[in-house]
Design a protein around this ligand. Structure first.
Ligand SMILES: Nc1ncnc2c1ncn2[C@@H]1O[C@H](COP(=O)(O)OP(=O)(O)OP(=O)(O)O)[C@@H](O)[C@H]1O
Length: 238
């Protein structure tokens, strides 16, 4: 057995205990002369409660990494494991269900609905799933407090600052107690001080709630809060 195969065996074992694991993942986009290798043999393990940052320039493959790790896109080859589930072995329908159950996304644009209050943004997905009970409402209030927005519970997005919108997006992503939290450039709309605060809050919530968190960014200045930092260049992670 080669070293690499041994590593992969250990990786697959570790995946059974939770967290996120990408094994030898390659993603090719487009075809023929225009084909691009967006992810090139990527291996990545993130344990529960660990905060990993991936830094890289525009076009290096960061969005592709999140899309594949989050089950939004099937890799060309390789496997993705989340909690006890091999995402890449599932049908499209099963993968969607697993994504909703196990993964929280925080996107660059917080994608809040204009007509809903902060509290309603958190409750909506569970309302749609018919899971809106007293425990869910209590969880929403607990998360709103955890991200420091109790005084904004009844505010709508246009009444919130960029940082407050980001924090609402984070609280919403945590509503389902996801095993994995995927964060896309949380700081682009924020100034330096608020960027550092946003990243610290993500780190704190990761450690407290035991999510396996991956944050992608091109901003190398805000990496202090991460447990590990990887660099992405031309689809390769190092
Ligand atoms: N649908 C597509 N077809 C072909 N190539 C694509 C497609 N989507 C992305 N790419 C290419 O794949 C590579 C990786 O793109 P990706 O969006 O993952 O990078 P990124 O690091 O997230 O960039 P940014 O920081 O600008 O968002 C880039 O070269 C991009 O041009």
């Amino acid at each position: 057995m080669t070293t690499s195969a041994t590593d992969h065996r250990a990786a697959a074992d570790a995946a059974g205990s939770g967290g996120l694991r990408l094994l030898d993942v390659t993603l090719t986009l487009g075809d023929g002369d225009t084909a691009v290798t967006a992810l090139d043999h990527v291996d990545l393990t993130v344990a529960p409660g660990e905060f990993v940052a991936v830094v890289g320039p525009s076009g290096s493959g960061k969005s592709s990494l999140l899309a594949v790790a989050g089950g939004l896109q099937r890799p060309t080859s390789g496997t993705v494991h989340i909690a006890d589930t091999e995402l890449t072995a599932l049908s499209d329908k099963e993968r969607t269900a697993a994504r909703r159950r196990h993964i929280g996304f925080v996107f660059q644009q917080s994608n809040l609905l204009a007509s809903l209050t902060v509290r309603e943004q958190l409750l909506l997905p569970l309302h749609i799933d018919g899971r809106l009970d007293a425990a869910t409402r209590a969880r929403a209030d607990e998360l709103i407090e955890a991200v420091g927005l109790t005084h904004r519970t009844g505010s709508r997005p246009h009444q919130l600052s960029g940082g407050e919108r980001q924090r609402t997006g984070l609280a919403r992503a945590l509503m389902t107690s996801p095993a994995v939290l995927l964060v896309d450039e949380p700081t682009s709309a924020l100034d330096r001080v608020r960027s550092a605060e946003a990243v610290r809050l993500i780190a704190e919530q990761t450690h407290e709630r035991g999510t396996a968190t991956v944050m992608v960014t091109h901003d190398t200045a805000i990496m202090d809060a991460a447990d590990r930092v990887y660099e992405m260049v031309d689809g390769r992670l190092s």
